[in-house]
Design a protein around this ligand. Structure first.
Ligand SMILES: [Zn+2]
Length: 390
């Protein structure tokens, strides 16, 4: 029998499966094995993956911030596809949509416009791309409109389109003209007569008006607190083991993982990713084009900070002073920094001291220095007006 670190229920060994504590979509597969665990029950692995991890990564703001740390200036092996940017759901309901369908609007790497018609989902309506499980099997269609730049920067377009909506049953239809490409090679096909009328409507709606395309964004509250609590519990368990399930403070983290909208906030000193950002902290712990997760001691408590690039961060106390002995503290002496480059599918872990020494130039970290040499990490532009708060 084993105790699951998230639901704390005791279950037979057969009910446990391998868990990437840092979700795979944020680079969890690339981090060292010591940040993975076998102590998560399958129910939590499935449900928290869908309702906590995915609610973070598929939140409209987060998904666009994650996009902003994706280099778009250099297309190379290993990160050929530039993800599409989700602008939102068309405000006006197209006359050809079924009652349970919506049209989600995306931008390609050269400002190509993509309209994806998919079923709506009442339960997970706030997810960019809808419920990842149910929409995966739904037969959907998407219209791809090229831009003036599409042909001159065809590489970016080709790779992005090839990978857009991968793993889903999306019928990809070319709206308009594109010369010089075998469109079937990138998974596109020409429209039939019926689809041409839909294209006409979209074309008229989106491009023949002077204003921007009107879109709506959907958003849940508190999803990031649940995500932070889960990540803090998972990583703390990887470092300190079972004791993180037993201390009085661990109750607060537990509440955070299972937090409902009407419940009081747990006493975990969490700072939401939507809170006013502390520029000092961002300068210190953020890193361009990377997700950085740090552990450090602040007044005898251990604080975890999650940074997306150099613009956004969230933090939480993951272990309090009563939980840890001096021996425990020594396990992360010098702090911890996990630096994840999604676009390279690479994660580098080091002590926080090494990370800070690299950042201030005292002692360059060889792997970070190599990446800085190879890529332009300076430009970090949010695709739209992402400074807006929900
Ligand atoms: Zn569980």
């Amino acid at each position: 029998m084993l105790v699951c670190i998230y639901c704390e229920e005791e279950k037979g060994d057969k009910n446990f499966s391998s868990e990437h504590v840092i979700p795979k979509s944020l680079g969890g597969a690339q981090v060292p094995d010591r940040f993975k665990t076998q102590r998560v029950c399958e129910t939590c692995n499935n449900n928290l993956g869908l309702f906590v991890d995915a609610s973070f990564e598929k939140n409209w703001f987060i998904s666009n911030w994650l996009h902003a740390i994706y280099p778009t200036d250099k297309i190379q092996d290993g990160f050929k596809e530039i993800p599409l940017i989700c602008i939102g759901i068309l405000k006006e309901k197209a006359p050809f949509l079924q009652t349970d369908e919506i049209c989600e609007y995306y931008l390609g790497p050269n400002h190509e416009s993509i309209f994806w018609i998919r079923p709506d989902d009442e339960r997970l309506f706030g997810y960019v791309g809808g419920n990842p499980r149910t929409t995966k099997d739904a037969n959907t269609r998407a219209y791809f409109f090229m831009s003036k730049k599409s042909e001159s920067n065809a590489h970016a377009m080709l790779y992005s389109f090839k990978h857009a909506f991968s793993g889903r049953k999306v019928d990809k239809i070319l709206a308009g003209q594109i010369d010089g490409f075998e469109i079937s090679k990138i998974g596109l096909r020409p429209p039939n007569e019926h689809e041409k009328t839909e294209i006409q409507w979209l074309d008229n709606y989106a491009f023949n008006q002077n204003e921007k395309v009107q879109c709506q964004i959907r958003h849940y509250g508190r999803f990031d607190i649940r995500f932070l609590s889960k990540l803090a519990r998972g990583l703390s368990f990887c470092i300190w083991g079972d004791k993180v399930l037993q201390s009085p403070y661990s109750r607060e983290i537990f509440k955070g993982i299972w937090l409902k909208n009407d419940e009081p906030m747990p006493d975990t000193k969490n700072v939401s990713i939507f809170a006013n950002q502390d520029q000092n902290l961002l300068d210190r712990f953020g890193y361009p084009k990377a997700i950085v997760i740090t552990f450090m001691q602040i007044d005898k408590n251990i604080s975890m900070c999650v940074n997306i690039g150099t613009k956004k961060s969230a933090r939480i106390i993951c272990a309090d002073e009563k939980m840890l002995t001096d021996i425990d503290r020594r396990k992360i002496e010098g702090g911890l920094a996990i630096v994840i480059f999604s676009f390279l599918k690479k994660a580098i872990s080091m002590t926080l001291m090494e990370f800070l020494a690299h950042k201030d130039g005292t002692l360059p970290h060889p792997e970070l220095a190599k990446i800085e040499q190879e890529f332009d990490l300076t430009s970090e532009k949010a695709p739209r007006n992402l400074q807006d708060k929900p």
